[in-house]
Design a binder for this molecule. Structure first.
Ligand SMILES: [Zn+2]
Length: 569
């Protein structure tokens, strides 16, 4: 085990017993009752097993009985656990890592995105409109067309679009397309008509309607103004939700994920998840958060799910709130004005008092709070709200800041001091780097996407993708984390390379760290006897370079069950 890994483990888990002399947390129930001679259900041998266990960082074989790991060691010793009913999977040259977990994702959102028109990658408003025209052909007149993924920063001129191209593409369908970051909505005239939005409509608090010189809405609605249109879109029935969740879960397995932290869903989607989990039909683990301020009223008298064994497939434990918007749409709340638009410093969607009140409500109900905070003003407001709870409270409830993207150097040490988890998305850095410097100016880049600085300060850093905002593959996240380069290798040496992580640190942020954030440390996030058998098998060993991007996923094991693979060779 490298010194860097040891240091990271210590900073992730503080005073927990993680030294090499310690065997780690107590083993799970199966390991405690089994004898070494009882055959295993599954034995996997591979080129390397990266255990992320400080007591034994590398091995050749893993044996699983029921839901748990019963042996980690040499291929020769594993043979003693092979009986007539044991499934033996030999994967020479391949690498086994603890099941990769996306610490901030939208699984239901991915399912929705997979079956709705994607305008992601469109190189102009007209190209996006052509996708909508295609979708309109397949639907009856008047049915809503919703979609996602546009990004005017990639278009000629980088200006926000107007409703006109969408009117031409689908004059008789209301159209509402979310921006790639989910913080702006592009609507056509039919959608604005259906929503009753016009010249006389005022900007709601925390939102902005883009307008032409006459004051008429141009078709783009930012942050809370999106509700004006979205509130008119009919809700999805349970069968549709179920189909989307299952489709997204398969997509998650395909990129090697054994679990996700589902960052903000409503009660209808929770009910569908619960039914799927109860029926044994949910193939990956979901640690879920209720979305939005609307969820706060319902918390009284409601208890969070607990899962001391770490084996539940669905756990509802938290609430996700938004302190601000996104940097791309200048909705992120900054302490100082935007460098490229000095008239604004963005929007605080909940003011400091509202955030503090919400934090207390969530804490009193025993739930875990996750606050979306992109700008340095929003991050400060979130940390202030955590601090106001009193010493140790936010740490005990494992409160988290989602994105923690631009943090004032003054606030950076407060994550560690408060025990606030920094939930970050490496791919956001490499996606944003072409334009983030223009928004922020040079002085604020220090403290932006600052994984290394946060880790070094002693903060716990959890990684995710925020899919479908970014691609779901954790390998892309690992690549961004260790290189700070885009897929074409730009810029040489990496963007603000002092914030790069090494491979072990990045892997911890996709394994042990999300386990901690889900109260499953000691149960998941490591390959060791007694731990739950969540495993990701990759086509070759990992190295901290471009090769991560096309490293294939060979096999995924969730709770001892082979959920996918092994891929034929
Ligand atoms: Zn998100």
């Amino acid at each position: 085990m490298s010194n860097a890994l040891r240091a990271t483990l210590l900073s992730l888990f503080g005073s927990l017993a993680l030294g090499c002399a310690s065997p780690g947390p107590p083993p799970g129930p199966t390991a405690a009752t089994a004898t070494p001679s009882t055959p295993a259900d599954l034995v996997i041998t591979a080129g390397v097993v990266r255990t992320m266990d400080p007591a034994k960082p590398r091995a050749e074989a893993v044996a699983v009985r029921g839901e748990r790991i019963v042996f980690v060691g040499s291929a020769a010793d594993a043979r003693a656990l092979v009986g007539p009913g044991t499934r033996v999977v030999e994967l020479p040259g391949r690498a086994v890592v603890p099941g990769l977990v996306d610490g901030h994702a939208h699984l239901y959102g991915l399912g929705t995105a997979l079956e709705t028109p994607s305008v992601r990658g469109a190189k102009s408003a007209e190209e996006a409109a052509a996708v909508v025209a295609e979708a309109a052909k397949a639907r009856p007149r008047g049915e809503w067309i919703t979609g996602r993924g546009w990004d005017q920063n990639r278009w000629p001129g980088a200006a926000f679009p107007t409703h006109a191209p969408l009117d031409a593409a689908a004059p008789e369908h209301p159209v509402a397309l979310r921006r790639v970051d989910g913080h702006a909505l592009w609507a056509n005239a039919a959608a604005m008509r259906a929503a009753g939005v016009g010249k006389g409509t005022q900007d709601p608090p925390g939102g902005r309607i883009l307008r032409d010189a006459t004051g008429a809405p141009t078709g783009v609605f930012v942050d809370s103004a999106m509700d004006l249109v979205e509130a008119r879109i009919p809700a999805d029935p349970p069968a549709v939700r179920e189909r989307r969740i299952l489709r997204a879960a398969e997509a998650a397995l395909a990129v090697g994920l054994t679990g996700v932290h589902e960052m903000g869903i409503d009660d209808e989607t929770v009910a569908v998840y619960r039914a799927l989990a109860a029926a044994g039909r949910l193939p990956i683990r979901v640690h879920a958060y209720l979305a939005g301020e609307g969820a706060l009223d319902g918390l009284k008298g409601r208890a969070p799910d607990v899962d001391p064994a770490g084996t539940a497939m669905f756990v509802l434990r938290g609430v996700k709130l938004f302190a601000d918007g996104a940097l791309g749409s200048r909705g992120a709340a900054l302490l100082e004005p935007y460098a490229d638009e000095p008239s604004t410093r963005g929007l605080l969607l909940m003011d400091r008092e509202a955030l503090a009140r919400a934090a207390r409500l969530v804490a009193d109900a025993g739930f875990q709070l996750a606050v979306h905070a992109i700008g340095d003003r929003a991050n400060r407001a979130a940390l202030d709200a955590f601090e106001a709870l009193g010493p140790g409270r936010a740490a005990a409830l494992r409160f988290r800041v989602e994105h923690a993207q631009i943090v004032s150097p003054d606030d950076l040490p407060r994550f560690a001091a408060l025990g606030a988890i920094a939930s970050m998305q490496p791919a956001h850095a490499t996606s944003d780097m072409p334009w983030a410097p223009a928004r922020l100016g040079p002085h604020r880049l220090k403290g932006a996407y600052a994984w290394r600085s946060l880790l070094a300060s002693g903060a716990r850093v959890v990684f995710g993708s925020d899919f479908p905002v970014e691609e779901p593959s954790p390998l892309l996240g690992l690549h961004a984390a260790v290189t700070r380069q885009d897929l074409s290798g730009e810029p040489p040496g990496g963007w603000t390379p002092e914030e790069r992580l090494d491979l072990d640190e990045a892997l911890l942020a996709f394994t042990a760290a999300p386990a901690y954030a889900a109260w499953a440390e000691g149960q998941r996030g490591r390959i060791a006897p007694g731990y739950v058998a969540d495993l990701t098998v990759l086509g070759r060993d990992l190295s901290p370079d471009r090769s991560l991007v096309d490293t294939p996923v060979d096999m995924v094991v969730v709770g001892g069950r082979v959920a996918r693979g092994p891929a034929p060779r």
